[in-house]
Design a protein around this ligand. Structure first.
Ligand code: SF4
Length: 352
């Protein structure tokens, strides 16, 4: 990857960054694509992963959430560890190299429960990469256990967690955040948790949930906060813009972003975040077609096979059953790119 970390300097002024949205989509796409091509050429990264969401019983009530059990989603569930072990075994036999474990804030599943789970998974499958617990979950488990972030994160690392996912960032602006997910980890602490995790020599990702009640200004603010966080700790591997899914939740959103607005946001992310190597067009929230188009607008990663997914699909996305690896490879090739299977830390495993 070329070192372009200084290239976005003029856009560190939020007003100038905001003006990027005024450019026509092709000009913006070209700017983002030139960075993307410089970093990765025609490669599109994906991995073979399995999402496991142990519970949807949640002590929090984020308005955008269709996953947690509430009156629009009465199907509460909590898995036991045997069940998770069985799923992990089946998934690994089916080719998964990564277990992506995130769920709701369930007071019945305390820190010890999770640590035990990670240890058992690692004991049974030492080769598997465990990507687990969003900063929101870390914050919740810290409050529940009375342990500091540092203690929780060290225990996670000692118990087998290899990297952290980027969820729970939602939108950093404090006012919007207080409306859409009051009670969840605040923005400062979300960033602090990732900084501590990076200081342990570990990697993580970062997300932004957009397309709900936030404005373009809020997105720019979010991206710039991530830019400075990355300058500080350097441990983010990928930025993942998540498009808000509209079903089964309590956020009364009238206008959804157009495909053009989504692509512009991805392109702007590529331009504003030259210091975060990868921009992921997460097909579970974009749909596969738009995720493929996004590869020409700054994105270089499409996530993975997923196998099963409960969070985005609970709010309307078509990701519940994942996608077959061969199909993903064929789609990437058909779009004129080179599929690259990667591991969870973006080491290349195979070019197709
Ligand atoms: S987004 Fe997460 S924390 Fe918020 S209600 Fe849903 S499961 Fe709970």
């Amino acid at each position: 990857m070329a070192n372009q970390s200084m290239d976005n300097q003029e856009f560190l002024d939020p007003n100038k960054a905001l003006k990027l949205y005024d450019l026509d989509i092709f000009t913006l796409g070209k700017m983002a694509d030139s960075i993307r091509q410089d970093y990765f050429g025609k490669k599109v990264f994906f991995n073979s992963n399995r999402h496991i969401n142990p519970t949807n019983e949640c002590a929090d009530v984020c308005k955008f959430c269709g996953f947690s059990a509430h009156r629009k989603n009465p199907n509460a569930y909590t898995m036991n560890q045997e069940e998770i072990l069985r799923i992990a075994r089946d998934s690994i036999e089916a080719g998964a190299l990564e277990l992506h474990i995130v769920g709701a804030h369930n007071p019945k599943l305390n820190l010890e429960w999770y640590l035990e789970l990670f240890k058992t998974l690692k004991a049974n499958f030492p080769q598997i990469h465990i990507k687990a617990l969003t900063a929101a979950e870390v914050n919740y488990l810290s409050v529940l256990s009375g342990k500091s972030y540092e203690e929780v994160l060290k225990l996670m690392a000692q118990s087998g967690v290899d990297s952290m996912p980027g969820g729970g960032a939602e939108i950093f602006d404090e006012k919007i955040r207080a409306f859409v997910c009051k009670g969840k980890v605040d923005s400062t602490n979300w960033l602090k948790i990732h900084k501590i995790w990076h200081s342990l020599g570990k990697k993580s990702n970062a997300t932004m949930l957009f397309g709900h009640i936030e404005s373009r200004e809020h997105r720019i603010d979010h991206l710039l906060r991530l830019y400075y966080a990355q300058e500080d700790s350097g441990g983010f591997n990928a930025f993942i813009p998540l498009v808000y899914q509209k079903e089964n939740n309590f956020l009364n959103v009238k206008n959804f972003p157009s495909g053009q607005e989504i692509l512009k946001t991805i392109a702007i992310a590529r331009i504003l975040l030259p210091n975060i190597p990868h921009i992921k067009a997460y097909w579970a929230t974009l749909g596969l077609n738009l995720a493929m188009v996004a590869q020409e607008f700054g994105a270089d990663d499409i996530d993975g096979t997923i196998q099963r997914e409960a969070i985005q699909s609970a709010s309307g996305s078509k990701s519940a059953n994942g996608i077959l690896k061969d199909e993903l490879i064929a789609q990437i090739k058909n779009a004129g790119f080179t599929p690259v299977e990667r591991d969870s830390l973006y080491n290349e495993i195979r070019l197709y």
